[in-house]
Design a protein around this ligand. Sequence first.
Ligand SMILES: *[C@@H]1O[C@H](CO)[C@@H](O)[C@H](O)[C@H]1NC(C)=O
Ligand SMILES: *[C@@H]1O[C@H](CO)[C@@H](O)[C@H](O)[C@H]1NC(C)=O
Length: 661
Amino acid sequence: MVNLCIFSFFGIFFFAVAAASQELFYAGFRDATAAASLTLPDIAKIENSGILKLTDDTDMKQGHVFYESPVRFKNSSHAKPFSFSTTFVFAIVPEFPSLGGHGLAFTIAPSKNLLGFPSQYLGLLNTTNFGNFSNYLFAVEFDTVQNVEFEDINDNHVGINLNSMISSASTTASYFINDGNTKQHINLRSGIPIQAWIDYDASVNFLTVAISPFSTKPKKPILSLNVDLSPILHEFMFIGFSASTGVLSSSHYVLGWSFSMNGPAQTLNIDSLPSVPGPKKTYSHLAIGISILIVLIVITGIFFTLYKITKKIDIIEAWELEIGPHRYSYKELEQATKQFSNREVLGRGGFGKVYRGTIPNSKTQVAVKRISHESKQGLREFISEITIIGRLRHRNLVQLLGWCRRRADEDLLLVYEFMENGSLDSYIFGKPKVVLSWKQRFKIITGVASGLLYLHEGYEQVVIHRDVKASNVLLDDEMNGKLSDFGLAKLYEHGENPTTTRVVGTVGYLAPELHRTGKATTSSDVYAFGALVLEVACGRRPIGSRSVLEEMVLVDWVWEKYTEGKLLEVMDQKLNGDFNEVEAVMILKLGLLCSKDSAAARPSMRMVARYLNGEIGVPDEIMGPRMVEGGNEFVDSSSESKDISFASLSTSSLSVLNGRS
Ligand SMILES: *[C@@H]1O[C@H](CO)[C@@H](O)[C@H](O)[C@H]1NC(C)=O
Ligand SMILES: *[C@@H]1O[C@H](CO)[C@@H](O)[C@H](O)[C@H]1NC(C)=O
């Protein structure tokens, strides 16, 4: 009994000592002892003014600072953690007004050497561990970029992250005034000093976060969470900050910091802290809504960014490939393609010319697509599109490796993996040099189907290809079919003036409803896939000539033969009858089914994949592909329809609607 008393007495005593020794207070970091007590493992540094700078406006970087010694958070590994309280003042100065990324976080981490990634990972976690319960990572993020993958609510939020980049709770950056009755918005990216308070009350498992542009702590927090941090905190942890930049960057500063275990953190006064350096580049406070000025600034921003790009030699790092597509310098691509020499032109595909290239340092073979168009879209939107497309990974999709944008209104360059064997159409139509065997054709069709299924269902957003056709299927060295140009239609659309609506596409691949609604859907992709399937099997274009006078629509002809019971007569003559009949019948029936005039009668790509795998049989056709009511006339929607989608323009394409006028 006595022993137990002594034990508990020592317990309390130690606890008190632990708490006392874990009182940190930095009103600026100028003081030499202050500096010596911190570990700055990467680009973070303390400036002469005493301000702590986590990142500057260098792209794709991360900056960390940690209190050098581990901090005791528990009495033993199984005990409950202590209560803690911290307050700090930070400032985020974007590279250009309202354009910057990615944010800053206060963190309690198991190590001072976080193997985090920059960009949306905020230097905290990486692509393998971004949501794993053995991370032992606590963070409160001040995030200035919306990342859909991590379910970010917007591009100006505060979030509580427990072992994950997906916040357990988050809210738009704001603070309460008037005793908690009125909420005031804060722009994290405004460059002004913002004070944050994070308090954890272990006795009730309650965590609160408050922020304010003033030193008075708001009466009411903006974010709170009932959480027991026992499973997240080890006995000893490291405390500090992490920040990162991405394709867009900001300078992240900490002006002062105070931390306390088992008691309120000592107060900081913003006015007595080092002041925030102004942005190096043009900076003006703009009311959101003065859109003309914003457009001007975005254009200035793009101009400066491009100035920076051309002055910089980019190096591809493995993590950059994992995060998303790489930004190439214009010079690099100019060199790669021998000054965009006409001799390096691989083709004139959707949107522009495609050049063969070899990236100077790595010797990687690439295809560089040069898109010239008048763009009115903002840099940020453009980057988010590129990021989405760049994140799509599938063995049957041609990978986007990177991009480059030279002038605000001119060249957009996209860099793709190089496809050895060129496009499928050169093997199918006319008199090809190499005749594809049935086995190869079957593999190409199933490959394309699997790529398209991934676009429709495999990613967090539904991606509609909008221009599935033989010339957009590229073949690698093993004759695997890979879809190219996916998602680009959307990119193109952003640059287009929405009032000049028109449907552009490739005749024979356009689903009939597209002419009426102008809206591309997954079923219009299925329709185009059906046309492709029939072409590959029959070795003919979707619309060709039967004789000098008569036009032949491939799907009608296949249907005709089918009803006559002579289906296999449509098979490509070049195969010389060398094909698997069961597979051929299945493929032709599938082609007919996908080519139905009625979108509702077409299968989904998931069903198509099941047919191709032989899981289920393709149903016998009774109705034929054409609509009974004959409602597939072209309707000119040039003036009213707003929601028109664009597909690629190429030499084999025809503009269908008011492109005529
Ligand atoms: C991610 O972080 C974990 C834990 O810190 C580390 O083991 C792993 O190697 C990192 N992964 C990458 C791809 O860097
Ligand atoms: C979490 O990380 C541990 C250790 O790094 C690893 O063994 C485990 O597979 C990971 N779990 C998940 C779901 O990724």
